[in-house]
Design a protein around this ligand. Structure first.
Ligand SMILES: *[C@@H]1O[C@H](CO)[C@@H](O)[C@H](O)[C@H]1NC(C)=O
Length: 354
């Protein structure tokens, strides 16, 4: 007996160790020490943007709810514009039936530079009951709205069940999108991008709105107000960067040089090898569209794209995953792509896929 036990555990142990090693390294790879951040109350950094009645501050003023009901969506905007920065919040998205709803967390200067604005986006795309939220990231520079740089992903958790931190880092050298402390996308500035790399001061925006009238799925994915109000919550708000006046000071590179150096020395400005490995895992597992692999749309690969052969292998020439998506869907997507002029259209495009 004793011998049998001994030999059994000798055989099993290496395997179970191996199993636990892989199991835990996967999850551990998505968990890093929290960033060292200074949070703001709503009134310290932000102002209501629209739908005032649907913007509800918590009693302590440190968190805010944005509601969408049959009358209006709502939104807020940072009170300053920033020349580079780290824009971040813990966000919880509406639950249950969320088709047609978009929650956006983004930086833009579209109100000031109407013709040549810059923008960095997280856009969360609601879904029908039982289907998970999806989201996309995107960037525009100097009005490059006819050159979308979308990537679309699913998530490794349910964003309507708990708060997670979503962050956009923008420096003169690179842009990093984070979920919690996991970098999910990095765009390294490349001279060939020219004005397509955001360069002018931007505000932070958070909005919830009804995107169903733009959806292409024939009303199937309209917002259903039977489930209203739809509530998204924002807390532990962070704005770290160089506040500037875009009109008076632009270009204000020198005014922000100390602040830029400080920003680039922060923990979120350095991707550790472990975080980089987690980013690769995230992208291999959860990214289902990348403009970098969309050779139909971009026969010449955009200059900032870093082609990862293991990643590329999974995508078709349309930038979509090889496995999943019928021909009919593909045709609809191609048609939608032709029509795509704005991010509103690209959201509808997304919805055809759900
Ligand atoms: C930005 O766009 C304007 C035209 O809208 C153009 O004159 C300018 O050269 C562009 N800037 C860069 C850096 O490409």
């Amino acid at each position: 007996m004793g011998r049998l036990h001994g030999s059994l555990s000798e055989t099993l142990t290496p395997f179970s160790l191996l199993f636990f090693f892989f199991f835990f390294s996967w999850f551990a790879g998505f968990t890093f020490a929290a960033f060292n951040l200074t949070t703001l109350s709503f009134d310290e950094g932000y102002s209501p943007l629209f739908g005032d009645g649907n913007l509800v501050r918590s009693p302590d003023g440190h968190s805010v709810r944005l509601l969408l009901d049959v009358y209006t969506g709502s939104g807020f905007i940072s009170s300053s514009m920033y020349q580079h920065g780290f824009f971040s919040a813990k966000i919880k998205l509406p639950s249950d039936y969320t088709a047609g709803i978009v929650v956006a967390f983004y930086t833009s200067n579209g109100d000031v530079f109407e013709k040549n604005h810059d923008e960095l986006d997280f856009e969360f795309l609601g879904n029908i009951e039982g289907k998970p939220w999806r989201f996309q990231t995107n960037l525009y520079g100097n009005g490059s709205t006819n050159r979308g740089r979308e990537e679309r992903y699913s998530l490794w958790f349910d964003p309507s069940k708990e708060f997670h931190r979503y962050s956009i880092l923008w420096t003169a050298k690179n842009i990093i999108f984070y979920i919690d402390e996991v970098p999910i996308r990095e765009v390294v500035r490349n001279d060939k991008m020219g004005g397509d790399y955001p360069s002018k001061p931007m505000s932070l925006y958070a909005t919830i709105w009804d995107a169903s009238s733009w959806a292409t799925s024939g009303g199937k994915y309209k917002v259903n107000y039977k489930y209203a109000p739809f509530t998204s919550e924002f807390k532990e708000l962070v704005l770290e960067g160089c506040p500037t006046d875009p009109i008076q000071e632009f270009p204000s590179a020198s005014a922000c040089s100390d602040r830029d150096a400080w920003l680039e020395s922060r923990d979120y400005a350095v991707i550790t090898p472990e975080q980089r490995a987690a980013m690769r895992r995230f992208r291999q597992r959860y990214m289902y569209y990348s403009y970098c692999y969309d050779a139909l749309r971009y026969p010449v690969t955009p200059p900032e794209c870093v082609i990862d052969p293991a990643e590329k292998e999974r995508f078709q020439d349309s930038g979509r995953l090889k496995f999943g998506g019928s021909h009919r869907k593909q045709a609809r997507i191609t048609r939608a792509r032709r029509k795509r002029r704005s991010r509103v259209a690209s959201i509808s495009n997304d919805q055809t896929d759900m």
